[in-house]
Design a protein around this ligand. Structure first.
Ligand SMILES: [Zn+2]
Length: 148
């Protein structure tokens, strides 16, 4: 919930910023009121289009950065994920698995695994939450061997 609220807040700030920019461009280029020659000042019309195109590109870039930043944040504490580790192998996929990149939360809340091999489009990254009890994870392999 906190993760999506942070994303919504970032999107709201982005939309408000670009909205203010578009309002400024709109004030800079008032609409033509002459019904006989609506494109009387063609250069102004083209400059307005260019400014609106730049606003759109700025909005698309900001949206991309927001989504990219959100993807590499911890789902629990919202800190940036760190310590990227490559797993798998390009040359020995059958032996070591597909090449992947893993990021972890510095406070151990979870791990993000994303494929580097995209055969059929961009695959979604896989978030795995770690349990709060670190001893349970550390002792789990020992319990399996005790049963045998
Ligand atoms: Zn975290």
């Amino acid at each position: 919930m906190r993760y999506w609220a942070w994303f919504a807040a970032k999107l709201a700030v982005t939309v408000a910023g670009v909205g203010a920019l578009v309002a400024w461009v709109s004030r800079l280029f008032p609409p033509e009121n002459d019904p006989l020659a609506p494109l009387n000042d063609g250069a102004s019309f083209l400059l307005c289009d260019l400014a609106l195109l730049l606003c759109f590109l700025l909005f698309a870039g900001a949206l991309y950065l927001n989504i990219r930043d959100q993807r590499y944040r911890c789902r629990v504490c919202l800190r940036r994920l760190r310590m990227p580790v490559e797993t798998g192998s390009w040359s020995s996929i059958l032996q070591f698995g597909r090449p992947r990149m893993e990021y972890i939360c510095p406070y151990g809340h979870g791990t993000l695994r994303e494929d580097e091999l995209h055969i059929s489009g961009l695959s979604a990254a896989e978030w795995t939450a770690n349990s709060d009890d670190i001893w349970a994870e550390l002792c789990a392999p020992g319990k399996d061997s005790d049963r045998d």
